[in-house]
Design a protein around this ligand. Structure first.
Ligand code: AP5
Ligand code: MG
Length: 223
């Protein structure tokens, strides 16, 4: 099974994607994480991607598709996976279908209003060493500003600056939101409310995935 997580920046794709990975044993493939790793390692792809990411725009489809192709070739993705942040354009959705046509697909759109996502991104912090994600309001570290696991000082993502967040939201509406209609037309779209707690969001997703796995998962809203 291929679970495709859709939703604006800050809607909780990474957070619930991690939970799905642990509960269902499906590896989470997050193009944002793969790209940030390539940027940090200063690979040729990372160097090209950095300029787009720093401005809050999308990295060109061919670069992202190449990263996903390489990741899907790893043995752990054969039995299914959770996609977080991919596809982000209709062209990427077509590439995905061509790359791995065998998987049964489920698309889950995590809906969250703009005020909520802006607040979450302002207060998101991450550990530069282990990449654990915190939130100063909803998931604070045990001690001020340091990672619970390795005591590294937490940082903010460069693209969580308020002006870049606004740009990312515009790009989401223009280029990624059309995927909601695309997956609705394929009959595999499910929508969940993402403005509540993490547990509330995951409970809706669990209902959907359990129904799909039981073979009764028609397109629906889990609310
Ligand atoms: P990416 O890293 O994918 O960023 P994004 O889609 O903008 O999403 P975020 O990671 O910001 O948010 P999220 O939904 O994962 O929320 P999270 O769970 O962290 O992409 C970054 C960049 O890479 C893009 O701008 C682009 O340049 C490039 N890129 C990536 N993929 C690409 C592609 N396919 N094509 C082209 N370019 C691509 O939660 C946010 C915060 O809120 C956290 O602090 C969390 O703890 C907290 N939180 C989460 N859920 C809740 C909740 N229910 N209640 C309270 N707090 C919550
Ligand atoms: Mg994320």
């Amino acid at each position: 099974m291929r679970v495709i997580l859709l939703g604006p920046p800050g809607s909780g794709k990474g957070t619930v994607g991690d939970i799905i990975e642990h509960v269902y044993g499906l590896p989470r493939i997050a193009t944002g994480d793969l790209l940030r790793r390539a940027v940090q390692a200063q690979t040729p792809l990372g160097r090209r991607a950095a300029a787009f990411m720093g401005r809050g725009g999308l990295v060109p489809d061919d670069l992202v598709v190449a990263l996903v192709r390489e990741r899907l070739d790893a043995g752990d993705a054969q039995g299914g996976y959770v996609l977080d942040g991919f596809p982000r354009t209709i062209a990427q959705a077509h590439s995905l279908e061509a790359l791995d046509p065998r998987q049964r697909e489920v698309a889950i759109d995590i809906e969250a209003d703009e005020a909520t996502v802006v607040r979450r991104l302002e207060t998101r912090r991450l550990c530069p060493r282990c990449t654990a994600v915190y939130n100063l309001r909803s998931r604070p570290p045990r001690r001020d500003d340091v990672c619970d696991d390795d005591e590294e000082k937490l940082i903010q993502r460069d693209d969580d600056r308020p002006d870049i967040v606004q740009k990312r939201l515009r790009v989401y509406h223009q280029q990624t939101e059309p995927l909601i209609g695309y997956y609705r037309a394929k009959g595999i779209l499910h929508r969940v409310a993402g403005s509540g707690t993490v547990d509330e969001t995951f409970a809706q997703i669990r209902l959907i995935l359990d129904r799909v796995l039981a073979g009764t998962g028609k397109e629906q809203t889990a609310r």
